[in-house]
Write a protein of this length. Structure first.
Length: 166
């Protein structure tokens, strides 16, 4: 009797290995794309949250100044500011109850290249370490918010609150 020696192959053929490698690369590529998209989305959300926090802080500062104001100018551009506005347009002019210089908010070109786009600036009393305004010191012109192109809704809200008197 003849016995047949049949060789049983154990393992994968070259074609099977290449197909598995291609499928693995497709899955790995999809995972990498998902991670990159997630990273970009996270950065965008973080940037938007920071801008929103800056806008809320600016709004609180304007509200605080509105509460202290004795009068709000109907035409901010016609009032003389206490600081050089550097060609920026006055958007809010507050006269204080005391005989102090006015507080003026202006919008326009940034004072230096470190700021992103249009800026909202405040010409008013400086703040001390304790957070209180120093009404005895010199008035300072400081950037309150930059990137106003993205913050147009905030400017409209500031102007509405000023029109309502706080």
């Amino acid at each position: 009797m003849k016995t047949s020696k049949r060789q049983v192959s154990s393992g994968f053929t070259l074609v099977e290995l290449l197909l598995a490698l291609a499928a693995g690369l497709v899955v790995a590529g999809a995972v990498v794309q998902g991670l990159l998209l997630s990273c970009r989305l996270s950065q965008t959300m973080g940037r938007q949250l920071r801008q929103q926090e800056f806008a809320q802080r600016a709004l609180r500062l304007v509200e605080s100044d509105l509460r202290r104001a004795g009068a709000i100018s109907a035409d901010p551009a016609s009032e003389p500011p206490a600081c050089n506005l550097g060609g920026r347009t006055p958007v809010l002019h507050l006269r204080l109850a005391t005989d102090q210089p006015p507080i003026t908010y202006s919008q326009g070109a940034p004072p230096s290249a470190i700021w992103g786009g249009q800026v909202l600036m405040r010409c008013g009393p400086a703040f001390g370490i304790d957070g209180a305004q120093n009404l005895e010191g010199a008035w300072q012109n400081r950037v309150v918010l930059d990137g106003l192109e993205e913050q147009q809704a905030l400017l409209e809200q500031i102007q509405r609150r000023a029109a309502l008197g706080g």
